[in-house]
Design a protein around this ligand. Sequence first.
Ligand code: PLP
Length: 410
Amino acid sequence: MNERILLCLCHMSGKEMDFINEAFAENWVLPLGPNVNGFEKDLEHFFISGETDAKEETTTVQAPDLKISHDPTLFAQKRIVALSAGTAAIHLGLVALGVGHGDEVMVQSFTFSASANPVTYVGATPVFVDSEPDTWNMDPSLLDEAIADRIAKTGKKPKAIIPVYLYGMPAKIDEILEVAAKWEIPVLEDSAEAFGSRYKGQYCGTFGRYGALSFNGNKMITTSGGGALICPDEGTAKLVTSYATQSREPYPWYQHERIGYNYRLSNISAGIGRGQMTIVDEHLAHHRYVQSRYRELLADIPGVELHENPGPEFDSNFWLCAITFNDGVKVKGDDGCGAPEAMRRMLEKDNIETRHLWKPMHLQPVFSGCPAYINGISEGLFNRGLCIPAGPYVGDAEIMRVVNSIKSAL
Ligand SMILES: *Cc1c(COP(=O)(O)O)cnc(C)c1O
């Protein structure tokens, strides 16, 4: 039997244990400490200060969300808070935006459930918005129509907009920001899958008022489990940190004036994160390399299309590579289950893990009662697409195996 090829495995630099050993040696085994602070600094260097240093060459779009990200002075004020999960980051982003009971939040429908679940944690209702076909992410004009319709129907403006960067692909974020600015609704980017992806030279996660990152086991970098929230400034970062540590007020006793959460990243996990930050550039380069190999090798297979950057302004990290099957493509063993499922079963026989594209939230039983603005794009993609292995442990030999398996299943 061939060795199993998994969709996306985590990969260590070797430096992680040094940071962890240091934490043990100094007894920093708790959710604060030098690794947490160090990891936040590393992230801020990657997303913010490294960026402002290079600002002269990389001019970015000017479609500001409440004029935060595109003014270099304001951009430089952004701060990052390390948290226990990407889901926690989205949750605290909503809390910091003051989203609460009875509010509505516009959420991309084509996503993993963690984009939408936190909306319900604060007692709000997700309103799902379908995708456009180029990036597979939130359709800006449908968003605009949906917001107008929500206001007409409820007399209230939605409180936030959550676009997602699926599989690392940047959304048409400048258009989304224009819609957001027009209605004066803040954007909370779900950048969980898009660590290192750029739109017009700017990192995903730094466009909106808040941006959520994930370091779960199979993401671009991992802390075993963890996340972070990119905040507009020191003040909001302090507030988010306070929420993440049970909202303790600075008194000699335990004093609480707001409901808090236990969402801070552990100092051990943050040690993994610091190690991971030493190889993040290699991870990014490798994911893009895998995509380029698939591009070459899948080019001559009729009926199978690789999801690509739709234009020069998009620079996906290709966290996962995704293919779609054109109408009329016949996959062996398709008993009516559809091309993606038939292909998944065929590749499974060759010990290759693949995964259906995210099933849109508006089709999920748990969200069936939520309003949704639908154009058919995400459902169509769900019925036609499949994620194929990527990541540090997928090299030339594995790529060949995947491609050959796909070929022989057709
Ligand atoms: C992974 C992921 C999350 C959640 O991140 P966790 O760290 O697993 O909580 C949120 N949104 C999307 C799109 C994701 O892929």
